[in-house]
Design a protein around this ligand. Structure first.
Ligand SMILES: C[S@@+](CC[C@H](N)C(=O)[O-])C[C@H]1O[C@@H](n2cnc3c(N)ncnc32)[C@H](O)[C@@H]1O
Length: 377
């Protein structure tokens, strides 16, 4: 019997369990719930096979599965836990661990960070010298009540899905410090998860761009962006020294912001390349497709509009005309009802004629939404 921890987002528990069932060929028993997004499951399958299935099936809703190494009682302190951690480190032939603690209704009232320090100091006395920057082994401890669940980091930590359950520590430091909106983490995660290359001089069309998080991230990574949104963009937070312009829609105001050009709709033709940020301050539905095509062609199309998934997919299909061949699409699919599978299928159908390589993933910062990636045919 193998015991594993399964991590998912509680908003998609039904879909995650369905994926788990397939991944483990129906051979599983849920042993306990650590929280509403982490469960302990036992199965007759070997962990290596589970890990292989995880990679092959590329689950949309399961963030991660990890072999559960130990469950240790911590009612009377952490010495048995330190013994167990030391045993795992020694067994793996490693010397420089990093310990991450997650508290789930733990009896210990201290901050997880303080507990990490205590564990680290205790390990030092056993000659395991914690190394927070370049650890040779990652060990995760989930404290629930008076029990500690221990597991090791592995191949998926490059993406950091375990860390997302562990106080979001894998967040890019620059985004954390300079972001305009929480949404910016979504584009950061999409770029990393789908392996999208952002290169100097590329061009992006960002639809539903306000207040400008995705736009800022793209510009910071060397792209020039045409941003579409009737709402306001936080121009002051854009990278310093960039050229910006606003093209207000009919009857819409563009406040005169110093250093930002104001363009009339009739002046837009061919101007997309002149600015790092060109904001068309208008609803998507009121902009002619020919205008967008004329501003292109774009390398990347980003769509993060708060409308039902299928409708956003139709916009992505229509706007594919403004994308270069092999251009990339990042599209958030908002789940406005509980027909998750159907919404995803319908969205894929809407895209099938213009895109291939379609992949969907519930990324850590997605709320009741999924992120879709595709390549223009
Ligand atoms: C989730 S927010 C986008 C956040 C943005 N990606 C960021 O990083 O800051 C959704 C945006 O879609 C915009 N929106 C909704 N319907 C739209 C439409 N028909 N055309 C253009 N933008 C629209 C809203 O004004 C809102 O700013």
């Amino acid at each position: 019997m193998t015991e594993i921890l399964v991590f998912f987002d509680k908003r998609f528990v039904k879909q995650a369990i369905q994926e788990l069932k397939l991944m483990l060929s129906g051979d599983y028993t849920i042993k306990s719930y650590i929280s509403d997004s982490i469960i302990v499951v036992s199965t007759g399958m070997e962990y290596e096979d589970i890990a292989k299935n995880f990679l092959l099936s590329a689950p949309v809703f399961i963030d991660r599965v990890s072999e559960l190494n130990e469950i240790i009682g911590v009612k009377d302190g952490y010495s048995a836990l330190v013994d167990a951690l030391h045993g795992i480190i020694e067994g793996a032939g490693k010397k420089a661990p990093k310990i991450e603690v997650l508290k789930e209704y733990a009896n210990d009232q201290r901050h997880a960070k303080d507990i990490e320090v205590e564990l680290g100091l205790a390990l030092e006395t056993r000659e395991d010298i914690p190394n927070l920057k370049n650890p040779d082994i990652m060990l995760y401890v989930i404290l629930k009540g008076d029990k500690a669940y221990v597991f090791m980091g592995d191949f998926r930590d490059a993406y950091g899905s375990a860390l997302d359950h562990f106080r979001h520590r894998n967040m890019d430091a620059e985004v954390l410090e300079n972001r305009i909106s929480r949404a910016e983490f979504k584009v950061y995660e999409a770029v990393n998860y789908f392996g999208i290359k952002l290169e100097q001089g590329m061009r992006a069309l960002d639809i539903g761009a306000a207040p400008g998080g995705w736009t800022r991230y793209l510009i910071k990574n060397g792209l020039r962006v045409v941003a579409i949104d009737a709402g306001n963009i936080d121009y002051a937070k854009m990278p310093k020294g960039i050229r910006m312009a606003i093209a207000p829609g009919e009857n819409r105001e563009a406040y005169n912001v110093e250093g930002i050009d104001i363009l009339a709709a009739s002046e837009l033709e061919g101007r997309g390349k002149d600015y790092e940020l060109l904001h068309i301050k208008e609803l998507f539905g009121r902009i002619k497709l020919s205008t967008l095509v004329g501003l292109g062609p774009f390398d990347i199309l980003c769509i993060d509009i708060n409308i039902p998934a299928q409708e956003a997919a139709v916009i992505a299909a229509v706007c594919s005309e403004a994308l270069k061949a092999k251009g990339k699409l990042i599209l958030t699919l908002k789940m406005t009802d509980d027909n998750i599978e159907r919404n995803v299928e319908k969205s894929k159908e809407a895209l099938a004629a213009t895109y291939d390589g379609i992949r969907v993933k519930k990324l850590p910062h997605d709320r009741k939404e999924l992120t879709l990636f595709a390549i223009k045919i």
